[in-house]
Design a protein around this ligand. Sequence first.
Ligand SMILES: Nc1ncnc2c1ncn2[C@@H]1O[C@H](COP(=O)(O)OP(=O)(O)OP(=O)(O)O)[C@@H](O)[C@H]1O
Length: 304
Amino acid sequence: MIEAHNVFKYYGTTKALDNFEMSVEKNAVHAIVGPNGSGKSTVIKILSLLIKPDSGFVSIDGISVSNVRELKPMISVVPELQTIPENRTPRWILESAGKAAKLSREEIKYRTDVLSELLDITADLDRKVGDTSKGIKRRVSLGLGLINDASVILMDGSLAELDPGFSVKFMNSLKATRDKTVVLTANNMNFIDKVCDSVTIIKDGMTLMNESMLSIREKIGRPGIMLRVSPINIQKVESVLRHQIYANRIQVGEDYILVEVDDYLHIPNIIRQASAFTEVYEARQTMTSLEDMYHALIEPSPGQ
Ligand SMILES: Nc1ncnc2c1ncn2[C@@H]1O[C@H](COP(=O)(O)OP(=O)(O)OP(=O)(O)O)[C@@H](O)[C@H]1O
């Protein structure tokens, strides 16, 4: 639904995007992650039709981003916090945006009510934004991004300052509508893992990875167990475990053994075998996370 291929973008002599590639499926929630200055906002600005790529191809629903007039009604960008007027109420702000989007009076009323519920701002609807918390201001900005019911929602850091519980609930409600494609920038891997359908990892304007969470989970989702054990006989335990066909990777420290397996089913066997030779103080399931994968991609290994 959203395609970006061979995209280059310069600001003067600064190369912000360097052969950038991204594919996002229709109605997916997609995260762009990367270090500061890697080009995330530049991608969002191109999709928001605010700037043009220098070369390459970017399209939404098969329509090139150069076709601004056709694409504009399909896209909504969650505005930056500083654009939210402090001396107005959330109700006034949402209703004014509804009028600007040429919605009917009934639609404005309906959408303001629905959004207040979704954003959990009903109690603050008639207070001046300046008298409310930063979180409420954020929620109002999200409301502005949703008021015209566009099919593509762009969020550049728009979920910052919100408590994680709210962000996950909010995104899940958006996903439940099944008629919105959301592209967001975020750096909380736990949040991305919970709500996103796909991820692009970007560094220095280049795509390091563009994949669905499903295929990422297949790659990283190898279960394991961390055993905290007595140092006595630890080598014996290691040698026994290394002979087990289901123990894929074993890491041993002074007082721990970390074993990766194909299936959680094998974990009781591992605990049993370790307990036969040494004392096991703690057994904890582990899983390589999206965060681990991100750091492995972003941070070059020593010698590189
Ligand atoms: N208007 C501009 N003029 C000059 N250089 C710019 C401009 N906007 C961005 N850049 C540069 O382009 C590169 C990519 O910036 P961009 O804002 O897209 O990165 P980002 O990943 O969103 O960063 P952050 O996480 O810090 O917000 C950076 O080197 C940045 O300094």
